[in-house]
Design a protein around this ligand. Sequence first.
Ligand SMILES: NC(=O)c1ccc[n+]([C@@H]2O[C@H](COP(=O)([O-])OP(=O)(O)OC[C@H]3O[C@@H](n4cnc5c(N)ncnc54)[C@H](O)[C@@H]3O)[C@@H](O)[C@H]2O)c1
Length: 263
Amino acid sequence: MGRFDNQTVLVTGGTGGMGSSHIQAYHREGANVVIGDVANDIGRDLASRLGERALFVHLDVTNEDDWADAVDATASRFGPISILVNNAGIQNPAAPIEHTERRTWERVFAVNITGQFLGIKAVAPSMRQGGGGVIVNIASTMAHGGTPFYAPYVASKWAVRGLTKSAALELGRDNIRVNSIHPGVVSTPLINEPTVAGQAPIIDFYSPEPFAIPRLAEPEEISKLLLFVTSADASFATGSEFVLDGGLMLGPALQPDLAVAAD
Ligand SMILES: NC(=O)c1ccc[n+]([C@@H]2O[C@H](COP(=O)([O-])OP(=O)(O)OC[C@H]3O[C@@H](n4cnc5c(N)ncnc54)[C@H](O)[C@@H]3O)[C@@H](O)[C@H]2O)c1
């Protein structure tokens, strides 16, 4: 028996580094999984490998019609949606604000925050119909401070916090919990591959070495927290921010050679 038997989970960006890990984790725990993404080939392939409890839907999170189609396709195959993971996200090419095009700013906001807003709007009626549900919006540790050259991404992730808390207040009485998860740096294509051709991937200029846990996270580590937050074990959590960052937000760990000897 799985922890998510008879539940239906829609993960946006479900073919990506973290999204595909989330999909597989829910599937292993017995859920029906819906992979929503713009990467059609990878999505169809993943769904066919997982079998009959998996469905791929072409879902551009910025497109309201795609959302309506995704909810309809899910309903006809599996019934109401129990869990929505608003995971799709993009990074902006590193650049100072003065050299960032307005369309870059708007595109990052469209995917990272408008996409989550449209998702809640489209899926809440389905959850209500099923008697309740859980929504998780994926934010970032970057939603807690500033990062030079990533203003569009940082600002969009701060916005996720406000959306999450407002939605939690609106939907709580409908038995729908809404929380955000804030990963630190996770080993995925977002970090390991260039955001645009000709620019170094983030991994080339980020080092986890100063932090308490001096490594990147693996996607599966985030999936484990996600499964907890969306399970009945977290039944009293709503409007909350779950940080999983290996101590990144604590700042650099003291180096042993600077410490005073105890004796
Ligand atoms: N990797 C990290 O270090 C890290 C840290 C904190 C937060 N996050 C967040 O976690 C989430 C997942 O990131 P990841 O690292 O797995 O990235 P990823 O690049 O591996 O995956 C992102 C996925 O989103 C999909 N996507 C992009 N635009 C889309 C759109 N318009 N509609 C639907 N799908 C779209 C992509 O096709 C891809 O499958 C993102 O919201 C990201 O901002 C990542």
